[in-house]
Design a protein around this ligand. Structure first.
Ligand code: SF4
Length: 216
């Protein structure tokens, strides 16, 4: 179950999480480009491995976790601490393929909040402060994630996806932020979401602003 942990500094006695390592495709400081926290300073940790395999995926290099080096939590934290992010985003790949307990404990130990972007197709793990669920047709979310979703972000390619988005929204808590995002390489999906949000104001639009700004 995701919980918000009070922030503590790393202590010698309670730092066993530091040695745990994860396959990491990349980790970097940037601006959150999508969703509710768009425009904020964020440190992204992109784990390797994804078994969802969306055909339109723009990070296919992440799929095979064996292609990516295993990096210890201590080294990830040292990199994060060189910058001034408002929070850390764990993304993928599909980050929930890994037990995120030690990585998220480590991030909390340096006083930062943990956000995750997931398809919800694997069991929840770790201490998570903000859960963005981006459901995918190719491997549907597990039912256990819905009560904890803070932000539902549905990628829309065709009209059928709008109905599908409503089906997921119905499973989320009432205060979940509901966002539609057009598929970047499917331009005809943009007018679809614009018209839908105009008629259905409980939804909003998530733009991939980092792609407009041409930043990673
Ligand atoms: S779940 Fe995400 S990383 Fe995995 S294939 Fe789909 S878009 Fe790519």
């Amino acid at each position: 179950m995701p919980i918000t942990q009070s922030k503590t500094l790393i202590s010698e006695q309670n730092a066993s999480f530091l040695d745990t390592s994860y396959p990491i495709m990349e980790h970097f400081h940037t601006i959150q480009g999508e969703g509710v926290h768009t425009g904020q300073s964020a440190y992204f940790v992109r784990t390797g491995g994804c078994d969802v395999k969306c055909w339109w995926c723009d990070v296919k290099d992440s799929w095979d976790e064996d292609k990516h080096p295993k990096i210890a939590v201590a080294d990830i934290l040292a990199s994060i601490q060189k910058f001034k992010p408002a929070f850390v985003v764990i993304t993928g790949g599909e980050p929930l393929l890994h037990d995120l307990t030690d990585l998220t404990r480590g991030i909390h130990s340096i006083g930062l909040r943990v956000h995750i972007e997931t398809s919800g197709s694997s069991p929840l793990s770790g201490e998570l402060d903000w859960i963005t669920l981006s459901p995918k047709r190719f491997k549907k979310p597990l039912l256990e994630i819905y009560p904890y979703v803070d932000e539902l972000k549905v990628v829309v390619l065709t009209k059928k996806d709008l109905q599908w988005a409503e089906e997921h929204a119905a499973l989320c808590p009432e205060n979940t932020r509901l966002l539609l995002q057009h598929e970047w390489d499917t331009p005809k999906s943009m007018p679809l979401i614009v018209e839908y949000v105009k008629e259905n104001p409980h939804w909003g639009i998530s733009l991939q602003t980092h792609k407009f700004l041409q930043i990673p």
